[in-house]
Design a protein around this ligand. Structure first.
Ligand code: 13P
Length: 221
């Protein structure tokens, strides 16, 4: 697939930010989206309502030194966006949001277990939860990256979630699927404890899906 132009990436960040709110995945400006670009990434600016965003308003952050450019400061969460994109060659886009059910599980300190075979699209038999750390800090980036090892997404305790993908469309799809899994798991917990799939059963689905191009997470190090 041909790489989108810079303008297309900027517009796509805006479109997906708006979709994030219109679909109910997020509210206000508590989410942010980034896309790999050259030696850095394009990322939504901090605190600018999505309806007011224009392509020029999207910030650029260099991966190496975190230097930012643009008329507005980058999202306060630029550190984990930068660290994920810098470390994971398979990731070209990152979606962060505060969806209701992911945030409920995050507040309870629950990870999402293999209660549906759809967990496979996150690369393993669970979606882990990163311990709480103050938003916008390097500490939050470090705990999120550790908990996301070998996965395409992570819950953030008392905060929200992160989903990644080879494109913004794929990262957004995973964000929606994570919220669905969180909602279903919440539903299971109302009536008991779901019967989890085994690691081998989840791996079987991952292997079957390899033909669909849903890759295995590539962690550096
Ligand atoms: P922005 O800084 O991108 O507006 O978002 C705040 C946030 O998501 C805190 O987690």
């Amino acid at each position: 697939m041909q790489e989108p132009t810079e303008l297309e990436k900027r517009q796509s960040i805006i479109d997906h930010c708006r979709k994030m709110n219109s679909s109910g995945l997020n509210q206000g400006v508590s989410g942010n989206i980034s896309i790999r670009h050259g030696d850095g990434m394009l990322i939504s600016p901090t605190s600018v309502p999505y309806d007011a965003l224009t392509p020029e308003a999207i910030a650029f952050v260099r991966l190496g030194d975190g230097a930012a450019s643009g008329p507005f400061a980058p999202s306060s969460e630029w550190r984990f966006h930068r660290d994920i994109i810098a470390r994971r060659r398979d990731v070209n886009a990152v979606v962060h949001a505060h969806p209701n059910f992911c945030t409920v599980l995050g507040a309870m300190g629950y990870e999402i277990p293999a209660m549906s075979y759809m967990i496979n699209i996150f690369g393993g038999p669970n979606i882990r939860i990163a311990p709480y750390a103050l938003y916008g800090t390097q500490e939050l980036s470090d705990v999120a990256i550790a908990a996301m090892k070998g996965r395409h997404g992570v819950l953030l305790a008392n905060h929200g979630m992160i989903a990644v993908g080879s494109s913004v469309e794929q990262a957004f799809w995973r964000a929606e699927e994570m919220e669905t899994l969180a909602r279903l798991y919440h539903g299971c917990l109302q009536i008991g404890t779901p019967v989890p799939l085994s690691e081998a059963q989840v791996q079987e689905v991952i292997d079957k899906n390899a033909a669909y191009g849903l890759g295995t997470p590539e962690d550096e190090e």
